[in-house]
Design a protein around this ligand. Structure first.
Ligand SMILES: Cc1cc2nc3c(=O)[nH]c(=O)nc-3n(C[C@H](O)[C@H](O)[C@H](O)COP(=O)(O)OP(=O)(O)OC[C@H]3O[C@@H](n4cnc5c(N)ncnc54)[C@H](O)[C@@H]3O)c2cc1C
Length: 503
C-alpha cells in the first residue's frame, strides 16, 4: 500500500519558529528536507523579489475580509473548527478555559508576532529537565537565532513614536527607565517613519520586520530546501518497516496526497501539533504517548484594552510594541518590581476596512499585554475529535497578579482598562508534547524524538518543558536548533544499518 509513494528522507511539518529553524539547520548540514506548510507564501517584499508567483496578500484593505481569519473553532463546533479561508492569517480557538490565537503562512508566527525576542525569565530554564540539555549549551542557539533575526534593543536615535522610555520619562505614575529593560526587537529602527506603521500583527509588507521567510527559508531554498506551501498534513502513520506515511491535503490542487518519510519533524505550532498527534493516535496511525496533552501553558498571557482615548495621540505608530513599563513607586521614584508588561497600539489598523471614525478612535487607545511564568499545569484533551484545554486560573497566580496590575494601571491613569477576568487568552500556547525524562511525564526526550516512535520529532512550542515567562519564540527556535543539530550530528556519526530506512 505504501510502496509507490514519493519518499523523502526528512519532512518538516510547519514553517514557524520551530519548523523554519529545524529545516534550515538540517539543510545547512547537507540533509535533504521537504518543508510542508498549510498556509500560503505571504506577499512581502522579499517573497516578491524571490520571484515566487503564488502569494497571498496580507489582510490589507478589502483583502482583509478573506485574508484575516484562516480558521475559527469554538465549543460546540466539531473537528478542527470552521475554515473560513485558506489564505487567512489567523487561527482563533475559543475555549471555555483558554482561548488561543496563532497564524498560518510560510514563516508561521513571525508574520504576526510583535518581534520581541527574549531569553526565558529564568537563566537556568533548561537545567534539570533531562540529561543532555542545559541552559549553557542552549545559549549558543539563542545567540545564533537573535543574530539571524537581526534583533536589537532600540536606542534614543531610533526616534520611535510612542516609545515608553520617552513617553514615561516625566510620568509620576509609570516608568520605563534602565531598571525596566526593554526587549530586543527584530524590526528596522533607523528612524524611517514608514517603518513605524503597519509592521506588526497584520504582517510587514515592506520587510521592516524580520520574518522567517526572509531570514531563513528563502536563503535555505538556494541550498536545496524544498518548500511546499498550502499543504496541510492531516495524519501520520508509523510504518512497520520504519518511517512514516503522511496524509496531506493539497489546497492548490484541492486533493489529498500521500507521501512517505524516513524522519518527520512536527512543528505545526502547539494547537495544530497537538491536534495532529491526538488525531493520528485516535485513528491508529500513531501509538503510545501516554503523557500527550500534559503540561499545557498559556505563558501567563493576559491582554487588556486601555481606553485612553488620548486627544491627538496615534498609538498605532511605532515599533510593534511601544516597550515595557512598570508602576513608579511614589516614594523612591523607581520602578516597582512586578510582572512583565508591555504597551501596544493597534499597529496596522490603518490597513483594515473599518469606518474612519472607528479607526480614529482605535488609534487613540492602547493595548496592555502582561505575561509571566505560569505553572504549565494545564491539560490538552481530545474529545470526540475536538481539542479542549483544561486550564485552572486559580492555580496559576501570575494571572491574578497581572490582573491586579491592570486595575492599578486603570486607577493611576484614571482611564478604563478592560479585560476578561475569567477567560484567559493566549498568543503563546506551549507544552502538551513536552520534553521530559520519561514517557510518563512527557512526549519527547532530550533529542526531541517522541518516546516509542523512532524518527518522529517535535520541534515547536508544544515541546517546551515549562513556561519561559517571556515571549517564547527564541526559546522555540533554540529548541529546534538543538534538535536539528542533534539529528545532523547523528547522521555524521553514522546510524546503525539496522535502523536505516531503505530509500
Ligand atoms: C499576535 C501575536 C504576537 C506575538 N508576539 C510575539 C513576540 O513578540 N515575541 C515572541 O517571542 N512570540 C510572540 N508570539 C508567539 C510566537 O509567534 C509563537 O510562540 C511562535 O510562533 C511559536 O512557534 P511554533 O514553531 O511553535 O509555531 P508557529 O510559528 O505558529 O508555526 C506553525 C506553522 O505550522 C503551520 N501548520 C499548522 N498546522 C499544519 C499542518 N497540519 N500541516 C502543515 N503546516 C501546518 C502553521 O500554518 C504555521 O505556519 C506572538 C504570537 C501572536 C499570535
Amino acid at each position: 500500500m505504501t510502496e509507490n509513494l514519493d519518499y523523502y528522507r526528512t519532512v518538516v511539518i510547519g514553517s514557524g519558529f520551530g519548523g523554519a529553524v529545524a529545516a534550515t539547520t538540517l539543510v545547512e548540514s547537507g540533509e535533504q528536507v521537504l518543508l510542508l506548510e498549510r498556509g500560503p507564501w505571504r506577499d512581502s517584499e522579499s517573497v516578491r523579489d524571490a520571484g515566487i508567483q503564488r502569494r497571498a496578500s496580507l489582510p490589507v484593505g478589502r483583502k482583509a475580509i478573506n485574508h484575516l481569519v484562516h480558521r475559527v473553532s469554538f465549543p460546540g463546533l466539531m473537528g478542527k473548527g470552521k475554515r473560513l479561508s485558506t489564505r487567512g492569517l489567523f487561527d482563533i480557538h475559543f475555549g471555555n478555559e483558554m482561548s488561543v490565537v496563532c497564524s498560518s503562512g510560510v514563516g508561521g508566527g513571525s508574520h504576526v508576532y510583535s518581534a520581541m525576542n527574549m531569553r526565558p525569565h529564568d537563566p537556568d530554564y533548561w537545567d534539570d529537565k533531562v540529561q543532555g540539555v542545559s541552559s549553557k549549551a542552549m545559549e549558543t542557539h539563542y545567540a545564533w537565532m537573535l543574530e539571524c533575526m537581526e534583533a536589537k534593543v532600540p536606542n534614543a536615535e531610533a526616534k520611535i513614536p510612542n516609545w515608553t522610555p520617552e513617553a514615561y520619562e516625566d510620568s509620576k505614575e509609570f516608568v520605563a527607565d534602565a531598571d525596566v529593560p526593554q526587549p530586543a526587537m527584530s524590526v528596522r529602527m533607523d528612524g524611517q517613519q514608514e517603518d513605524y506603521c503597519n509592521n506588526s500583527y497584520f504582517g510587514s509588507a515592506n520587510g521592516a520586520k524580520a520574518t522567517l521567510d526572509r531570514v531563513l527559508i528563502l536563503p535555505a531554498m538556494k541550498k536545496g530546501l524544498q518548500v511546499e506551501p498550502e499543504q496541510e498534513c492531516l495524519s501520520l502513520w508509523a510504518l512497520p518497516e520504519g518511517g512514516y506515511r503522511l496524509e496531506v491535503m493539497d489546497y492548490r490542487l484541492k486533493r489529498r496526497r500521500y507521501l512517505k518519510a524516513g524522519k518527520v519533524i512536527v512543528a505545526a505550532g502547539t494547537l495544530n501539533t497537538l491536534r495532529l498527534l491526538f488525531h493520528s493516535r485516535e485513528i491508529g496511525g500513531l501509538r503510545g504517548m501516554p503523557a500527550l496533552g500534559q503540561g499545557f501553558s498559556g505563558n501567563g498571557d493576559s491582554v487588556a484594552w486601555w481606553a485612553l482615548n488620548e486627544k491627538g495621540a496615534d498609538f498605532s505608530l511605532g515599533t510593534p510594541t511601544h516597550g515595557r513599563f512598570a508602576l513608579r513607586d511614589p516614594d523612591t521614584g523607581k520602578a516597582i518590581p512586578g510582572p512583565y508588561i508591555t504597551r501596544f497600539g493597534l499597529n496596522g489598523v490603518n490597513t483594515l476596512p473599518l469606518p474612519e471614525p472607528l479607526k480614529a478612535r482605535l488609534r487613540r487607545d492602547a493595548i496592555i499585554v502582561g505575561m509571566g511564568k505560569d505553572n504549565a499545569n494545564g491539560v490538552a484533551l481530545w474529545k470526540r475529535g475536538r481539542l479542549k484545554f483544561r486550564y485552572i486560573m486559580e492555580s496559576n497566580g501570575i494571572l491574578s497578579d497581572i490582573q491586579e496590575l491592570f486595575s492599578e494601571i486603570a486607577h493611576r491613569s484614571r482611564k478604563p482598562v478592560r479585560f476578561l477576568k475569567h477567560k484567559p487568552f493566549t498568543v503563546h500556547p506551549l507544552g502538551g508534547a513536552r520534553l521530559a525524562p520519561n514517557e510518563e511525564e512527557g512526549v519527547v526526550g532530550s533529542t526531541g524524538e517522541v518516546y516509542g516512535l523512532p524518527g518522529l520529532y517535535i520541534a515547536d512550542a508544544s515541546a517546551l518543558p515549562a513556561s519561559p515567562g517571556t515571549p517564547p519564540s527564541m526559546t522555540v527556535a533554540a529548541w529546534a536548533r538543538h534538535l536539528a543539530l542533534g539529528i545532523a550530528g547523528k547522521k555524521k556519526r553514522g546510524t546503525p544499518r539496522s535502523k536505516q530506512i531503505k530509500d
